[in-house]
Design a protein around this ligand. Structure first.
Ligand code: FMN
Ligand code: SF4
Length: 505
């Protein structure tokens, strides 16, 4: 096919024009780069230096595909993420050839199989566990794996909707996080734990104080089953929640009772909770006003206060105890937090969970106060470890984010999440199709619970809650592994406090 001469000459002209424009742009960038004083690389390597930023940015997306090995990345490596993705998609979760997990490093968790594993016909489903036997409306739930606190604000409306529907089908509870109760939390019908953050979003009056009327309104929703007072979060103990202004939409501002477009920063603690005594008073007040089980969430740092709390509970009577304590890990996730706190502050769950479980056992309160653990417990092995140590249930945030399609692009604080999980940009949210992702949430939760059952049966017990410390060993620096019950011998217990119909593990 022949082009007329005029067309060819037009293409020539366009090409020359584009070339000239490119050269002019490069010349302008060159001048800008050599004259600016903030970026040394661009000053020393004008124009070319700019590619460094581009590659750094693209590296966040691509290194996981091209360069990182299966067990290399943090916070979650490819093996862990792939397990969640496959479980969520309902794909085969078996792997070929052999384990890529190095079983030698100190800290490696191993379970001890029994010569006579539980036969399928003898396996049972875990029964319901009661929370808050002394509250007016105790709560029963059988799921030992649930959706951890993530506020509407930190995550998007479609993400909350998918979690709500998926959690309902899987029988899990859904924690609102500190951003208040949105219609999306209720939409799918799941049991809801309402979290009271330090800013009391959703239950505050005009001056920011706790409003009993608002508390009663929230508690009037039958779906809202328990209340969790947030003392601290693993990723940022000593710092309140941060929702960058870019993510404070009109709807979020209305639910939280704050200004549109302004950073939403919670105080770094409840201003009126200064001591163990005041903490127990606060728990009692919320439980009295709402009639529902009430507990608190924290990350452990110092631990003497927990002894004080148990002693105060025994002094007041066991009805006064928090109905549950959620222990978060220092390496827990967040929408946004300062690196100084994310990287350095608080104890990891491996250390804090045995410490808290033992304290509760020592004071005979282990049956009365339910123990919930969170922090990178997203695969069956990690959840089984927590049950062995003494957790009654495990919460996960990022495990469920992966089930929603999160690719660990690490932009949760910028409103540019490429998978729609943590952005309020409607264009980006289009990728998250609620009903499809709800199905994945359901499959992830149920497959995980099933696989913890498989570990339990291999250990010779009939169900996950039968797992005990002697079923789990930890590899030491010598290369030998030791059982958890030797590493953390059960403390001499005060006889367990009689708990009304607390229900067994
Ligand atoms: C996006 C995001 C938002 C979160 N928001 C809250 C919150 O509002 N309140 C809270 O107590 N924890 C919050 N967390 C912490 C989680 O509930 C959880 O404790 C922590 O991430 C550890 O669980 P994981 O390792 O399974 O993510 C958030 C975590 C993420 C990733
Ligand atoms: S994909 Fe979205 S939710 Fe996942 S880490 Fe990246 S920004 Fe955060």
């Amino acid at each position: 096919m022949e082009y007329p001469i005029q067309v060819l000459s037009l293409i020539d002209d366009i090409f020359l024009l584009l070339l000239a424009l490119t050269l002019v742009a490069i010349a302008i960038m060159y001048v800008i780069d050599v004259r600016q004083t903030t970026h040394a690389v661009r000053r020393n390597y004008p124009v070319i230096g700019r590619f460094r930023y581009l590659f750094e940015k693209l590296g966040e997306f691509f290194r996981q595909y091209f360069f990182a090995m299966d067990r290399e990345e943090l916070p979650f490596n490819r093996a862990e993420r792939s397990w969640v993705y496959r479980a969520a998609k309902g794909e085969d979760t078996t792997v070929p050839f052999g384990s890529t997990r190095d079983l030698r490093p100190a800290g490696t968790v191993l379970f001890v199989n029994c010569p006579y594993p539980t036969l399928e016909r003898d396996a049972v489903e875990p029964g319901p566990l009661m929370y808050g036997p002394y509250s007016r409306q105790p709560y029963e739930n059988a799921s030992f794996f649930n959706v951890s606190a993530m506020s509407f604000g930190a995550i998007s409306a479609p993400a909350v909707r998918a979690l709500s529907s998926g959690a309902k089908r899987a029988g899990c509870w859904l924690n609102t996080g500190e951003g208040g109760l949105s219609p999306y939390h209720l939409e799918g019908g799941a049991d809801v734990l309402f979290q009271i953050g330090t800013a009391r979003y959703g239950v505050r009056d005009h001056a920011g104080h706790l409003s009993d009327d608002r508390l009663r309104e929230i508690a009037a929703h039958e779906q809202v089953r328990m209340f969790e007072i947030k003392l601290s979060q693993g990723a940022k103990p000593g710092k309140g929640g941060i929702l960058p202004g870019g993510k404070v939409t009109e709807e979020i501002a209305r639910i939280r009772f704050i200004q549109v477009g302004q950073d939403s920063i919670s105080p770094n603690r409840h201003p009126d909770v200064n001591s163990t005594v005041e903490l127990l008073d606060f728990v009692a007040h919320v439980r009295e006003v709402t009639g529902k089980p009430t507990g608190f969430k924290c990350v452990m740092g110092t631990s003497e206060w927990l002894d004080e709390l148990c002693q105060e509970v025994l002094k007041r009577g066991i009805e006064s105890a928090p109905d549950f304590i959620t222990i978060d890990s220092a390496d827990g996730g967040t929408g946004a937090a300062p690196m100084s706190l994310i990287d350095y502050m608080g104890l990891p769950i491996r250390e804090s969970l045995p410490l808290v479980a033992d304290t509760l056992i020592r004071y005979g309160l282990k049956e009365r106060i339910r123990l919930i653990a969170s922090g990178k417990l997203i695969t069956p092995g990690e959840v089984a470890w927590a049950l062995c140590v003494g957790a009654d249930a495990v919460n996960s945030a990022r495990g469920f984010m992966f089930s929603l399609g999160c690719i660990q692009a690490l932009q949760c604080n910028r409103n540019t999440c490429p998978t729609g999980v943590t952005t309020h940009d409607p264009d980006l949210q289009k990728g998250l199709v609620v009903m499809d992702k709800a199905e994945r949430v359901y499959r992830y939760a149920t497959t995980l619970r099933k696989q913890v059952g498989v570990i339990a049966h291999s250990c010779g017990v009939t169900q996950p809650r039968g797992l005990q410390r002697h079923h789990c060993r930890i590899v030491q620096s010598s290369g030998r592994s030791l059982p958890l019950d030797e590493l953390y011998p059960p403390p001499p217990a005060t006889p367990p406090v009689d708990t009304v119909a607390a229900g067994g593990r």
